[in-house]
Design a protein around this ligand. Structure first.
Ligand code: AMP
Ligand code: ZN
Length: 475
């Protein structure tokens, strides 16, 4: 099936053809583990997951690498100045840098799993690839791309790389970076960036390593070039990240890599649009206030409702988060699971393989066409409404849908069916009867009170035409 992706480099929708037939080398920029991931970061991770699942369903063997940034990412990304985000996070939490790296990585992976995102093939930590990063800087030095700023670090001279900034629409070399960036006067060009930073002489850093240039730590961009080359080879197919990364981080990755491996280093660059707030501001960790998946869990939302919300949008469009939109997505997801449960309950009839193939192809073609997940969800509703197909046929299509979109529909629906079949204990039934009696005598306060007791015991009571119905709540 034809796979199409929007390539930021060409600014065009392109047909995907891997470098090695049947295989995809896929690198995505991962989290900086100095704080909890916010739901914006997780939006990017969900899009990565859909891309990967879609490629797998098209028969590709996908090698997915996602880095864990645990060093070198400074508070001012644009200028390699400010504090190391990891050291800052450690001071805030009163823990060592190594401890917070482990803590926030584990928290990140808990969110990852709860959102049913398939784990990467490799998850390299920047601190485990220091030798490779030093080697990268050494090669660039030999090729004449570097210079030293005494007391500061080894810098990349972007004027030596004529196509610098091509990813964001043309050469930025020699231009002053955004006005908000404080210009480091010792740099030859505003867009030059640190490859290796020296440790301050008056203080010991928690993370530092010896190097041919002195004790210090790698610049943030070095890790993705060094680990990408090491784990995926000198050239690979797809590199992704949030939309913020194309202007600086990915421009710098390209500038570091192509002098060593030749152009193009990466064939397709895919960038995901931001999750923003109501006023259009990017959700960001450095602002201090942000929503993590835990905030959603604490308010009683199923993480899958968040995944569903993301799939209702398109990766090239910013998504303004609101509780109202999450509510709507949660209801939509619940209704979908309900319909799937109805299908599964009846799925004992014959299977129509031609119909399975037709719907499989229609849904996969839609997601393969630049990841149109919202359109795929419309097709799925259409398929569920189709009265010409047996339930067993629909159940088989839904198995494929779950593999492709990772919405856990079958598992959630099975839980509903199991709960409905579980006998309701006598004491809960007695509460139901007591509530019916209270309602009959118009004692609504007592009726509400009993409903709360039933709810607290893990059951839901619904009024029906013939009285009431109690079901066990899904987990
Ligand atoms: P970080 O942990 O900040 O290094 O970011 C991890 C990933 O999340 C990167 O690919 C970022 O581009 C992406 N990201 C950061 N903020 C947002 C946002 N508000 N919406 C979507 N993706 C984001
Ligand atoms: Zn990166």
């Amino acid at each position: 099936m034809t796979v199409k992706l929007f390539n930021t480099m060409s600014r065009k929708l392109e047909e995907f053809h891997p470098i090695t037939p049947g295989h995809v080398g896929f690198y995505s920029c991962g989290p900086t583990v100095y704080h909890y991931a916010h739901i914006g970061n997780l939006r990017t991770m969900i899009h990565n997951d859909i891309l990967k699942r879609m490629l797998a369903e098209n028969g590709y063997a996908v090698h997915h690498v996602m880095n864990i940034t645990d060093v070198g990412h400074l508070t001012n990304d644009d200028d390699d100045s400010g504090q190391d985000k990891m050291e800052k996070g450690a001071a805030r939490d009163n823990k060592s840098v190594w401890d917070i790296a482990k803590f926030y990585k584990d928290e990140f992976l808990r969110d990852y799993d709860d959102l049913n995102i398939i784990r990467p093939t490799d998850m390299p930590h920047a601190t485990d690839y220091i030798a490779e990063q030093i080697d990268l800087v050494r090669k660039l030095e030999e090729l004449g791309y570097t210079y030293e700023i005494p007391g500061d670090g080894i810098y990349y001279d972007t004027s030596k790389f004529p196509t610098y900034g091509a990813l964001s629409g043309g050469s930025m070399s020699g231009n002053r970076a955004g006005a908000r960036v404080e210009f480091n006067d010792a740099k030859r060009n505003p867009t030059d960036f640190a490859l290796w930073k020296f440790s301050p002489t008056d203080q010991k850093r928690q993370m530092e390593w010896p190097s041919p240039w002195g004790v210090g730590f790698p610049g943030w961009h070095a890790e993705c070039s060094a680990m990408g080359m090491k784990l995926l080879g000198n050239h690979f197919d797809i590199h992704t990240g949030g939309e913020d990364l194309s202007r600086i981080h990915h421009a710098n990755e390209i500038a570091q890599s192509e002098p060593i491996v030749g152009a193009p280093w990466v064939k397709y660059w895919v960038h995901f649009s931001f999750l923003v707030d109501k006023s259009g501001d990017k959700m960001s960790k450095s602002k201090g206030e942000f929503l993590g998946l835990d905030a959603l869990r604490r308010r009683g939302y199923d993480p899958m409702a968040y995944r569903y919300l993301i799939l209702l949008g398109h990766y090239q469009t910013q998504l303004a988060f609101s509780w109202e939109s999450l509510d709507a997505a949660a209801t939509g997801y619940k209704n979908l699971v309900r319909r799937v449960a109805d299908v599964l309950r009846d799925a004992t009839d014959d299977v129509d393989t031609a119909a399975i193939d037709a719907w499989h192809d229609k849904i996969l073609a839609t997601v393969s066409d630049n990841m149109k997940t919202a359109e795929a969800l419309v097709l799925i509703q259409e398929m569920l409404r189709d009265t010409t197909m047996s339930s067993a046929t629909k159940a088989q299509i839904l198995t494929f849908v779950d593999r492709l979109l990772g919405l856990n529909l079958m598992a959630r629906a099975t839980t509903i069916i199991t709960n409905e079949m579980t006998p309701i204990p006598d004491d809960i039934l007695a509460l139901g009867n007591a509530r019916a009696a209270a309602k009959a005598s118009r004692d609504f306060a007592t009726a509400d009170n009993i409903r709360a007791q039933i709810d607290a015991a893990g059951y839901t009571i619904l009024d029906t035409r013939d009285g009431f119905k109690i079901t066990k709540k899904a987990e």
